[in-house]
Structures are given as structure tokens and as C-alpha cells.
Design a protein around this ligand. Structure first.
Ligand code: ADP
Ligand code: MG
Length: 718
């Protein structure tokens, strides 16, 4: 172990230097970096590219194939700026021997039209698509080629980093380059014992970091994109290990606390059951039993109830709440959005008022006097209060909080759950916690992913549901799909169009959705098309959702913000663009937005050929089944647990550990071998994790943009 750093070296190494010490990083840039959670030089080392662009060569127009992202060169042959429902700029470029490519812009400035005159030579980069008029690129990057500015190709693959508004890729890459120049020699950087690195075939950390930030021109782009390069696996290993160690410590800390024993006489629960218009499914009974058994223990329950959309988690939560009420304790139920919280409020009032129990409501909307009164009633011991994160705010205090119920776990971080739990602190006692999630993951995996929680599964749907019919269609037949939407609209059905482009900033994702919105508005004359994305204010989002709910919008173009909890029964067709890029869990979650009413529903998975083997299998699974648990098992089988735990949006990060038991053993062995290096290891990625948590992003650097947040633990570095 002599080659490893001493504690003092770690504390004083280059990594801990603030970013502002780097040449060229002034206060404004430092502020932008801080927004990305990048405060120290080592944070920059671990700010990994989201994807890469290959601008190391130019592809001839004759060789273009739909679905590829390439750099091309051509001379402008024709320009047409038109206005068909939306302004549009079309620029045809050609290679003088008859091959052409259409560049299409929905957002453009006047100056651009003038710049792109016929005869201008352009170098463009973008994704080739098959459009109605042949091959095209929508919103390509482009630059003019002149005698003064001839074509230069890049020497390396260009990394594209997650970024924030106002901080361009070039600038960010520049700062990261400066940070990399400060990477210490391997012996100082490495915190995983060399014998373990050798045993697991891990490349050196230094080598791995340098490679992923600056892949050579001949690097395997496909492998890098899929997260399969050995250097990426090295980084994934470090990350998963850190995550595991942190969660383990957290779990141990929580288990040391005490909780009130909630063993009532069961009368309220019996009355609720008797009043229900249905019988509980066997799965609901089993899970209710597991929860009840936890609640009579003097230590805090930390239980995750996972069940597919519509599996009936709410009634299980209601029964748990009644157990607490029977024991004279308060209950708080927290949902991530006002929409979801209101849904719960309606349900609980409907069930509890006949039992003589009043349900308190506390959301951001509740203001002024009403809020004061609600707060007072809660402080005076109102039996149950439902709300959003407003429940965790200052000024909210409980008297005898015995149970906290949190819906849709992955929208809250662990720290938020803990904040609510801590409101119930009475001496050494903490309330029990019940967490509900609709993102099922296989049991074994869940135990590891949510290391601080026990897991129950409602693995059965109430009888009488109609499954959603799913088909996969190539993007080459996009116009047919749009025609199908037209037909559905004429029949009075409502449609979701989900854009899933992986873009490096919220701004670009929003723009991609705007482009799809423009395209559909133009194609669906006479129907209103709405747009919702993450850059909109909550109020604006709510207004769009309300309009869609009220049937005023026929089509809703959305980014994946609609993943959770949105309930519009009349929406019966869902189109998911670039579905090949999503993991199974997310596809399933999205599809759950339709099939909620009486009408038979359809889901169209639009994909960009050529399909890789994994993508093909995933789409196949989606066509075959609607069962969330089967899908989750399949997901595990296709990708392996490392991938499910550490998945990027493409769902293909390949960190293959043979099985979870082995993974746990490995982590255990490393844990022991690490000894006193454990703390520095956790600390190194700590800042990174805290930022990801704040942003509500999964704790995976390789996956920092992942939408599969539900699969990933929100750990807290202790
Ligand atoms: P989720 O698990 O998605 O939160 P909900 O709890 O909202 O599901 O339940 C979905 C619908 O199914 C609700 O209308 C609920 O009343 C109903 N439901 C729940 N359990 C049963 C059951 N055992 N039999 C029939 N319907 C049920
Ligand atoms: Mg629910």
C-alpha cells in the first residue's frame, strides 16, 4: 500500500483547489460552474461528457443515411422561407453532382436568411432524417466556409457536457481542460487499492479520466455512446462503489433510531375495508400486512411500496394511515406535485369523511389566512394532512407525527424525505415512513438501489383493465404516424407526443420540443397543439395541463416531464419519439399515461433505424407486455444490474457485474479493503452527489442526465 497517498496529500492536493484558482475563471464563470455543482478542480475532473460528436471527418452527401449524426459539406442551392402556421426556413445544399440535403429551421433570425444565400459553402453537423421531401437535417449546427475560413476538422471526438444556460460547450471544455492539466500522477489519484483494480480489470483512474474527456479520433464512438468503453466502466465502478458505501452508512444511522408503536385495534381499518366498493387484491392484502407488521415495531419503518400504475397503492397507504390514527398519531402525506396531491386529497376525503376524520390540506396554493389556520390545526394535532413539499417548509410543525407517507419517491431526494421525518422528532423518536413508487424494479435490485428502504411489491392489477396496444414504427414512416394522429384527433381522442432527445441543456431540450411542436402544428391543421417542457414556469405548465385535461388541446407535445402522475383519461394515443434511446422502465412509465380511461389505447414507439440489438429487444418487450414487473425483470436480464442501477438515458451503460449478490460481495470486500480510504473516496464525489441531489438528478455521474431517476438511489454522503 506504500504507493498510496497519505491523508494529508489528499486534503491538500490539486483536486481540492477552488475552480476560481484556474486561469481565466473569473467570478461570472465561477458562478455558472457553481450552478453545475462544479466548485473544486476535482468536480471538473468528474464532470463527464454526456455524449460525443464526431467532427473528425466530413461525410459526402452521397453517403448519408437516416439516423446518423454527421458532418457534411455543401453549397446552398435554394432558400425558401415560408410561413405555414409557423415560420420555417428551408435551405437546400448540394454537392454539384446531384446529391442534396435539406436543412430545416423553425427558429431563425433575419440575418440567417441573408447569410445563407445560394452559392454559400457550408459545413454542417446534425442528425440526418428522412423527411417528406427526402433527407434532411433539422436545426443543424453550421458554419460558412470561405477562403479566409477553410474547412478544418477536429483531431479528437468532441465531448458534449451537461451545461447550463449561458455557458457554452467550448468554454466549459476549456475550463475542464485546465483542470485536467492538474491531474496528479496515478499513485496520488488512486483511492481504490491497486490489488482490487487488478482483480476487477480496472484501468487507472487517471487514464480513464483523460480518455473520456478527450477520446482520440479513432475511438469507438458507438462504444463510448453506449457507455461501454473500459474507461467509462472504470468510472462507473468508482461511482457505484462510493454510492454503495454512502448508502450503507446512511442505512445504519437510520436503523439506530426509535419510533412509536402503532398498534391500534384495527376498527377504522375494518370500517374502511367494509365501505370500499371493491375487494382488495391478494397483492394489496399481502403488502398491507407487511406494512402493519412494521408499524407495531418500536423502530422506524422505512418501506418502499412499489406497484405499477393503477395497481392500487393509494388504498394501501390509506390503511397504513388509519393504523397510525387508531394509535392516536398524526399522519402526513406528501406528493411531488400539486396535481398528485389534490388527487390524494380527493381520495382520502372520500374515504375518511364517512369515518368522521377530517383531512387537512397544505400546498403552495394555500396562502394567507387559510394557510395560518391550516398550520394551526396541524400544530394542534389534526389527524392527517396532505400536501406537496410545502409540508416540509418552515412554520409547519406537528405534535404527534407517527407516519409519513411519500408518493412517487424518485421525485424527492432522500434528504427531502429525511427533512419531513425530522419534523416528527420527539426526543429519540422518529416517525415511520412509507414510500410509494410506480416505477417497479425487481425486488433484489430494489433492495440494493434503495439501500435505506425495505421493499414491498403490489405485483397484481385489480381485475378488468384493458392493456395498451403498442407498435413500433420507423421514423421513416413519421408522416404516416402524423396522419394517424390526425385521424385520432378527428375522432375526438387526445394525443401525447413525447420528445426524448438527449440534449445537454434544458434549453436545448426545450428547443427540440418546440421544433416538434412547430412540425405538428403545421401538419395538424384545425387542431390545437400544446407544448410543455421543463423550462416553463410551474404556472404555465399547470395552465397547459389544465387545457389538455379540459380537452381544449388535441395534442400535447411534451418532454419527459409528463412521466409521473399525469392523469387525462381521454388521452388514448401516445407517440414516443426516439424510443430506441430510452430504457424499458422509462418507456413503461411514459406509456402508463394512456390506457387510463374506458377507450382502448395505443402507443406508437417511433424509432430511428438502424436499431441495435438491445434496442430491438426492448421495443419487442414493450410490444409484448404491459406488466411493469415483467418489464423490470426483462430490463434486468437485458442490461444486468450494474446497468439498471447506473443507467444513462439510453439505458445502456454497461457495468456488468454477474449478479447482485456478487456485486454486494464485491462492494463488501472493497469496503473492508478500503479501510481508512473509505472517507476520502466518499468525500471526493461528495460535492458532485450533493449537487445531483439538489437538482433532483440521479446519483450517477455517468448518468447525470438520466431520466430513469426512479431506478437510482438518492444517496446522501455522510
Ligand atoms: P396507483 O397504484 O397507480 O396509485 P390507485 O391507488 O390510484 O393506483 O388506484 C387506481 C384505481 O383502482 C383507483 O380508482 C382505485 O380506487 C382502484 N382500485 C384500487 N384497488 C382496487 C381493487 N382491489 N379492485 C378494484 N379497483 C381498485
Ligand atoms: Mg398513485
Amino acid at each position: 500500500m506504500s504507493a498510496r497517498p497519505t491523508q494529508s496529500m489528499i486534503n491538500h492536493d490539486a483536486g481540492a483547489t477552488p475552480v476560481s484558482a484556474l486561469a481565466g475563471v473569473g467570478p461570472a464563470l465561477a458562478e455558472s460552474l457553481k450552478r453545475l455543482g462544479l466548485e473544486r478542480v476535482q468536480d471538473l475532473w468528474f464532470h463527464l461528457p454526456l455524449r460525443y460528436e464526431d467532427k473528425t471527418h466530413v461525410t459526402a452527401l452521397a453517403d448519408l443515411r437516416p439516423g446518423e449524426r454527421v458532418q457534411v459539406e455543401g453549397v446552398v442551392e435554394a432558400v425558401e422561407s415560408g410561413f405555414r402556421y409557423r415560420p420555417q426556413l428551408k435551405v437546400a445544399i448540394g454537392d454539384n453532382v446531384g446529391h442534396t440535403l435539406l436543412l430545416r429551421f423553425f427558429h431563425f433570425r433575419r440575418a440567417q436568411t441573408e447569410q445563407l444565400r445560394p452559392g454559400t459553402r457550408l459545413l454542417c453537423y446534425g442528425e440526418v432524417r428522412m423527411g417528406a421531401q427526402g433527407l434532411e437535417m433539422v436545426h443543424p449546427q453550421y458554419q460558412r466556409v470561405t477562403e479566409d475560413a477553410p474547412i478544418t476538422v477536429e483531431e479528437r471526438l468532441s465531448p458534449i457536457y451537461p451545461t447550463t444556460d449561458g455557458l457554452g460547450q467550448k468554454r466549459l471544455a476549456g475550463v475542464i481542460g485546465k483542470a485536467l492539466a492538474l491531474l496528479p500522477p496515478s499513485a496520488e489519484l488512486e483511492l481504490i487499492p491497486p490489488e482490487l483494480c487488478a482483480e476487477h480489470g480496472l484501468s487507472s483512474l487517471r487514464e480513464a479520466l483523460l480518455y473520456v474527456h478527450r477520446p482520440p479520433a479513432d475511438a469507438h464512438l458507438g462504444q463510448l455512446t453506449l457507455g461501454r468503453h473500459p474507461t467509462q466502466q472504470r468510472l462507473a465502478f468508482e461511482e457505484l462503489l462510493t454510492q454503495h458505501l454512502s448508502l450503507k452508512r446512511m442505512r445504519a444511522a437510520v436503523r439506530r433510531r426509535h419510533a412509536p408503536v402503532l398498534g391500534g385495534d384495527g376498527q377504522l381499518r375494518q370500517r374502511l375495508r367494509d365501505g370500499l366498493p371493491f375487494q382488495l387484491t391478494a397483492a394489496q392484502q399481502k403488502v398491507s400486512g407487511e406494512v402493519a407488521a412494521d408499524l407495531v415495531q418500536p423502530k422506524p419503518m422505512l418501506r418502499l411500496v412499489q406497484g405499477d400504475v393503477g395497481s392500487g397503492k393509494t388504498v394501501v397507504a390509506a390503511l397504513a394511515a388509519l393504523a397510525a390514527l387508531e394509535a392516536g398519531r398524526q399522519v402526513a402525506l406528501m406528493a411531488p406535485t400539486e396535481l398528485l396531491a389534490e388527487q390524494h386529497l380527493r381520495n382520502f376525503r372520500h374515504w375518511f369523511e364517512p369515518l368522521g376524520i377530517e383531512v387537512e390540506w397544505l400546498a403552495g396554493k394555500v396562502q394567507g389566512k387559510a394557510r395560518q389556520k391550516a398550520l394551526q390545526r396541524v400544530a394542534d394535532g389534526a389527524p392527517i394532512v396532505i400536501g406537496t413539499h410545502a409540508l416540509m417548509q418552515e412554520g409547519v410543525s406537528f405534535t404527534r407525527l407517527g407516519l409519513v407517507i411519500v408518493d412517487e419517491q424518485h421525485r424527492f431526494g432522500v434528504h427531502q424525505r429525511l427533512a419531513l421525518r425530522d419534523k416528527g422528532l420527539e426526543g429519540e423518536q422518529v416517525p415511520h415512513q412509507l414510500v410509494l413508487t410506480a416505477t417497479p424494479i425487481p425486488r433484489t435490485l430494489a433492495m440494493s438501489a434503495y439501500a435505506d428502504l425495505d421493499v414491498s411489491s403490489i405485483d397484481e392489477l385489480p381485475p378488468g383493465r384493458t392493456p395498451v396496444q403498442t407498435i413500433a414504427i420507423s421514423n421513416g414512416r413519421r408522416h404516416e404516424v402524423i396522419e394517424r394522429i390526425h385521424v385520432a384527433c378527428r375522432e375526438g381522442r387526445q394525443v401525447y407526443w413525447v420528445c426524448t432527445l438527449i440534449e445537454e441543456s434544458e434549453q436545448l431540450r426545450a428547443q427540440a420540443a418546440e421544433v416538434a411542436h412547430a412540425e405538428l402544428s403545421a401538419a395538424l391543421a384545425g387542431f390545437r397543439v400544446g407544448l410543455i417542457h421543463g423550462r416553463m414556469k410551474p404556472k404555465e405548465k399547470q395552465a397547459v395541463m389544465d387545457a389538455f385535461k379540459a380537452g381544449e388541446l388535441a395534442v400535447l407535445v411534451a418532454t419527459t416531464v409528463i412521466e409521473v402522475g399525469v392523469d387525462v383519461p381521454n388521452a388514448s394515443l401516445m407517440v414516443i419519439e426516439n424510443s430506441e434511446r430510452l430504457g424499458l422502465a422509462q418507456l413503461h412509465q411514459l406509456r402508463g399515461r394512456v390506457g387510463r380511461g374506458a377507450i382502448a389505447s395505443n402507443c406508437v414507439l417511433l424509432y430511428q433505424p438502424p436499431l441495435g440489438q438491445l434496442a430491438r429487444e426492448r421495443l419487442q418487450v414493450m410490444r409484448e407486455t404491459n406488466d411493469g414487473f415483467r418489464i423490470a425483470e426483462k430490463d434486468l436480464e437485458l442490461r444486468g444490474p450494474g446497468e439498471v442501477l447506473g443507467t444513462r438515458q439510453t439505458g445502456q451503460l454497461s457495468f456488468r457485474i454477474a449478479d447482485l449478490e456478487a456485486a454486494r460481495e464485491t462492494c463488501g470486500a472493497i469496503d473492508r479493503a478500503l479501510g481508512r480510504w473509505r472517507r476520502p473516496l466518499c468525500a471526493r464525489l461528495g460535492a458532485r452527489y450533493r449537487w445531483l441531489l439538489r437538482e433532483g438528478l440521479p446519483c450517477s455521474m455517468l448518468t447525470s442526465r438520466s431520466k430513469l431517476a426512479g431506478l437510482l438511489p438518492k444517496s446522501r454522503i455522510l
